[in-house]
Design a protein around this ligand. Structure first.
Ligand code: MN
Length: 232
């Protein structure tokens, strides 16, 4: 059997560290949930009762190893942090039952959904897609994945983010509108999920701008940490 011949060497597979393991988690796709915490929906000028959570995506190669210093993103003057619980899938499928959904989660990590807020608002106001407000280079910093076999499936606990030591976001996983099982069940109605998919499950209130030189630290109780620097 001959191997596939490529015109040029395929790019390296994006991956995420797994706590306590030598193997890395190979990333297939990155999905994200919008407006999954009521208080954050309200700070975005939305009525959480009228606008249920929805989905968008980022390219797989947007992942950034925790601890990296990245440049301030181009084409924005309002570069925001959003701390999020990330579910890493070890298997998948379409139309997954909510009651079976957690069986597909390999583990969890803390991630940051970096956002060009000005581009997002402009696209929203103009009725245009906001892909490039969310899915851009280095827009998905993520800490090590902690296997569910060790930490279980967290559904409550503090989710917090600080910038230069000052607390900016301080929420609780229990306030998610769709919990992880609900997210997987609903998302799998739209796409067939698969091993390697990462799902950023939404951010609590307190999102805000980053500036060059900032040091960002996120922490989810019982799950893990993520850190990030913004270059001067
Ligand atoms: Mn988000």
């Amino acid at each position: 059997m001959s191997e596939t011949q490529f015109l040029f060497a395929p790019p390296p597979r994006p991956s995420v560290a797994i706590d306590g393991e030598i193997e890395r988690f190979p990333v297939r796709r990155i999905f994200c949930v919008g407006l999954n915490y009521a208080a954050h929906a309200r700070e975005m000028g939305k009525d959480p009762g009228a606008e249920p959570p929805f989905f968008f995506s980022k390219p797989a190669d947007a992942v950034v190893v925790s601890g990296t210093v990245i440049p301030y993103a181009p084409m924005t003057r309002n570069f925001h942090h959003e701390i999020e619980l990330v579910a890493a899938l070890g298997s998948g499928g379409a139309n997954i039952l909510r009651t079976r959904a957690l069986e597909h989660v390999y583990g969890y990590a803390a991630g940051i959904d970096l956002t060009r807020r000005d581009l997002q608002k402009q696209a929203r106001d103009e009725g245009k897609p906001w892909d490039l407000a969310k899915g851009f280079d280095q827009s998905a910093p993520i800490g090590a994945i902690h296997p569910a076999a060790r930490i279980g499936h967290p559904n409550s606990g503090r989710i917090a983010l600080s910038v230069n030591g000052a607390l900016r976001q301080n929420g609780d996983l229990a306030d998610m509108i769709l919990d992880v099982a609900g997210v997987i069940a609903e998302l799998s109605r739209y796409v067939a999920l698969a091993a390697g998919d990462l799902i950023f499950t939404g951010t609590p209130e307190g999102v805000g701008p980053l500036v060059p030189g900032d040091r960002v630290e996120g922490d989810i109780a019982g799950v893990g940490e993520v850190s990030l620097g913004i270059a001067h």
